[in-house]
Design a protein. Structure first.
Length: 587
């Protein structure tokens, strides 16, 4: 076809002209015809019958879908394995076709699924040259398409979890447009996702320098500060955001999450409740109210939130909430209601963890401990401490107290530090069942002390400690402390525990503080009365800004070694950490 003068036409029209020319020679393929009509049912049928998903007939099926804005068909082709990065001599790529026509959703889809951005950008240059050779100037059209790709790439990468690529894309955007605060905001969130906290904070602060009242930037800064343990700074940033827009539910959600991490469940629930009221169609704030209220032991509020959630959820999605509500009814002693919800949850989603939890609790309370153990064994989350305690309760109720003691010993330290009311209450039930075993250890320890068998007595006290409640634990620590006064050699670090303590020191030197805490946990499991382990772990926990745990560990050190040369320093550290806790809580 020869033009008498240059004519500017749309990319889609040019594509259709070429396809029409092609059709004169070979015709559109059946797959192309179905895509052209937007007939996804026919496309599916043809693919099922073996149509070549990457057939080339003046472009691929995916290029055609991208150019014509057929989002659902593009999704289908990608799901079926279409090649995202095929490129023609004219420079066409699926991503370039979508961008040239301004189909931003397809641009996002293709980038998130792995379309090569640089290849598409270079292809669009080739495309422009090819169009000019035909007497058409598509430079402006393709330039806008290239800008769309650049603009959308970072967010598409971020949405698909490709945070390194997202950060690189936003840095490129900043170079081309250094005065746009949102580029810095997105860079902050991207760097935060890959734990580059200093870079994330710098990006958020750069955004606020350009736009001091930018709520997104304030939230990005708060997220960064919270990630590094600076909760007061994070709260201040979010409070400023609230003053600018008191009706933003996501600011309230962030405040709720911070107070939850601080262990201030009342404040957390208040903020989650505010977020739910501000965004009644969003389910996540109400779900957070339910979960945190359950953890705080506010069962009536948790049940109320669960009941409201059930009115908003489709039946097929309600298994988890029914399972949790069943468990909460059981905690309140409403066993009929608990059984009814457990049955409903099982009918809807029998494989859901909370379904298994609810059925296990109901079975255990009815005395069917074999069924309870079967249900608990099906729970997929290995970190579920409520399930772990419930399992040991079922073992103890079967009469296997020795097995229950052994099983509980492996989780006793995690249970002792838990603030989850569901863990605490069920652990209380378990410790009541194990009280005869605990008393037997204490009696044996007393007999060993009377016979001057100090080391063996200490081992019995350690066994009793693992199955003691808080009051019993404090009594035991005081008893052992008195023993240390007359026999200070008992407080020395055993060889195996010493090994873990030295491993912790290496990790501290390598700045792996969480790893060091775990090594100290291992050492304390072997030597639960060694004062120096509590002191050293407390210091590491404070460096991680886990001040509540640090205070508890340092108090244990003082109970065991009240006259130690570090006792004064330990007391002063506790005062400092308690003050930091007050500041974290906003007091």
């Amino acid at each position: 076809m020869k033009w008498s003068r240059p004519v500017s036409i749309s990319v889609a029209l040019l594509t259709l002209i070429l396809l029409a020319v092609s059709a004169l020679a070979a015709g559109l393929t059946p797959l192309q015809k179905a895509i052209q009509k937007g007939d996804i049912k026919k496309v599916t049928e043809l693919l099922n019958k073996g149509a070549n998903i990457d057939e080339w007939n003046f472009g691929t099926p995916l290029m055609m879908a991208a150019s014509s804005g057929q989002l659902e068909i593009a999704k289908l082709l990608i799901e079926r394995g279409a090649n995202l990065n095929m490129i023609g001599q004219n420079g066409w790529t699926a991503l370039g076709c979508a961008a040239a026509e301004g189909h931003s959703e397809i641009v996002d889809l293709l980038i998130s699924k792995g379309a090569d951005v640089e290849q598409a950008m270079q292809g669009m240059k080739t495309w422009a040259e090819w169009a000019r050779s035909l007497g058409n100037n598509l430079d402006q059209k393709l330039s806008k398409g290239a800008m769309l790709i650049q603009k959308r790439a970072g967010q598409a990468y971020y949405a698909s979890g490709q945070y390194e690529k997202a950060a690189a894309a936003f840095r490129a955007r900043i170079q081309s447009d250094p005065r746009e605060p949102q580029n810095y905001v997105w860079l902050a969130f991207s760097d935060l996702a890959i734990k580059k906290y200093d870079e994330a904070q710098a990006a958020a602060e750069a955004a606020l320098k350009l736009a001091p009242d930018n709520i997104d930037a304030l939230q990005a800064l708060a997220d960064t500060l919270a990630a590094t343990g600076d909760y007061p700074g994070a709260i201040n940033s979010l409070n400023k955001a609230v003053s600018l827009n008191p009706k933003n539910p996501w600011v309230q959600m962030r405040l709720g999450n911070i107070f939850f991490n601080l262990g201030n469940y009342d404040q957390a629930i208040n903020h989650f409740r505010s977020a739910s009221e501000l965004a009644p169609d969003e389910l996540s704030p109400l779900r957070r109210v339910m979960n945190v209220a359950a953890r705080a032991g506010k069962y009536d509020e948790a049940i109320s939130a669960a009941s409201t959630l059930l009115t908003k959820l489709q039946t097929k999605d309600s298994g988890e909430v029914l399972g949790l509500r069943s468990f909460l009814y059981r905690e309140k002693g409403l066993l009929d209601e608990a059984a009814a919800d457990a049955d409903k949850a099982a009918a809807i989603d029998p494989a859901q963890d909370w379904t298994h939890m609810a059925r296990a609790a109901v079975a255990s309370d009815r005395g069917d401990n074999d069924l309870a153990l079967n249900e608990i064994s099906a729970i997929k989350d290995p970190e579920n401490m409520v399930a772990a305690v419930l399992k040991v309760v079922a073992v103890a109720r079967k009469g296997d107290l020795a097995g229950a003691e052994s099983a509980f010993s492996s989780i006793s330290r995690n249970v002792a530090s838990s603030t989850n009311a569901l863990v605490i209450r069920n652990a209380g039930i378990l410790l009541g069942l194990l009280e005869p075993v605990r008393q037997a250890h204490l009696d044996k320890a007393a007999s060993l002390v009377a016979g001057s068998n100090w080391t063996e007595a200490l081992n019995e006290y350690a066994a009793a400690l693992r199955i003691s409640n808080q009051a019993g634990r404090q009594e035991l620590l005081s008893t052992v402390s008195a023993l240390f006064k007359s026999h200070p050699e008992l407080a020395e670090l055993p060889e195996e525990a010493r090994k873990h303590s030295l491993r912790a020191e290496v990790l501290i030197q390598e700045k792996d503080l969480p790893g060091a805490v775990k090594e100290f946990d291992q050492a304390l499991g072997l030597a639960p009365f060694c004062p120096v382990l509590y002191y050293n772990q407390a210091v590491i926990l404070a460096n991680l800004r886990q001040y509540s745990q640090a205070v508890e560990q340092m108090k244990t050190f003082l109970t065991l070694a009240p006259e130690d040369q570090k006792a004064r320093e330990a007391k002063d550290l506790i005062y400092q950490w308690e003050f930091r806790l007050e500041r974290q809580a906003g007091k």
